[in-house]
Design a protein around this ligand. Structure first.
Ligand SMILES: CC(C)(COP(=O)(O)OP(=O)(O)OC[C@H]1O[C@@H](n2cnc3c(N)ncnc32)[C@H](O)[C@@H]1OP(=O)(O)O)[C@@H](O)C(=O)NCCC(=O)NCCS
Length: 226
């Protein structure tokens, strides 16, 4: 009996020590997460229950293993994290400070992805490749970027700082800093705080098919009025 109690006490001490270690090492990530998610009520809630944080912890360890060329072990850890959290981060990806995945389920981050500081990803977003090319084939995401739920950012493209990728957008071309992108394929609707007049902006037109459809819709509206 005493033996069992001793084991329980040791397990409790180890768990508390683990929580304390996580709280210290990931302090700035946890605080940033609390700031960005109004639903996060306490520090402890984030540490215990936020799978975005848990996936990040697994990733940080897996990334160290990857850099030590222990690829199989690194990949095994990232697959375990995927099983437990629903978030798949390849250990080869490079992720900056205060990274936050909100809700998490269905997020995929490819091997050659580079992510800056203060980036927020929502559930279902993908930072992926477009084919089976080798080398850098995943996006580079700047600082302070938000990728909305279900959005796909594909290929070796760059998303500029402070940009916002709308929910369910599919982005396949570079996005300048301070832009908002929506739709499939993604088109810039706002830049530097100003709405873009797509019909006059010949530099940022990303989708001629969409433009043609919009023109046809306008003509149909005109005809209907007549
Ligand atoms: C894109 C987004 C950031 C809005 O940015 P915004 O600059 O405030 O944009 P606006 O609301 O002024 O909308 C601009 C245009 O884009 C359209 N739009 C906005 N979001 C869109 C989206 N996700 N997909 C397609 N079109 C979208 C609007 O209807 C509007 O069209 P209009 O100019 O023809 O009227 C926001 O809609 C979004 O998608 N956020 C993601 C949030 C998310 O994933 N949350 C998950 C929580 S669990």
């Amino acid at each position: 009996m005493v033996y069992v109690i001793n084991i329980i006490i040791i397990l409790v001490i180890l768990s508390v020590a683990k929580l304390a270690l996580i709280s210290i090492v990931f302090y700035s990530d946890i605080r940033a997460l609390q700031k960005r998610d109004p639903a996060a009520k306490s520090f402890l809630e984030v540490v215990l229950l936020y799978q975005g944080l848990h996936a990040l912890i697994f990733y940080r360890i897996a990334h160290v293993l990857y850099n030590l060329h222990l690829f199989l072990l690194a990949r095994a850890l990232s697959q375990l994290a995927r099983f437990l959290t629903g978030i798949e981060i390849h250990p080869g990806a490079r992720i900056g400070k205060r990274f936050f995945v909100d809700h998490g389920m269905g997020v995929v981050i490819g091997e050659t992805t580079v992510i800056g500081n203060d980036v927020l990803l929502y559930q279902g977003s993908t930072l992926g490749g477009t084919g089976i090319v080798k080398g850098k084939r995943h996006p580079t995401i700047g600082n302070n970027v938000v990728v909305g739920a279900g959005a796909k950012v594909l290929g070796n493209i760059t998303i500029g700082d402070n940009s916002y990728i709308g929910a369910n957008a599919v982005v396949i071309k570079d996005v300048p800093a301070n832009s908002t992108v929506v739709g499939v394929p993604g088109r810039i609707t706002k830049q530097d705080g100003k709405k873009m007049d797509v019909s006059l902006d010949h530099v940022h037109i990303l989708d001629p098919i969409m433009q043609t459809i919009e023109e046809l819709q306008d003509r149909v509206k005109d005809l209907e009025k007549k």
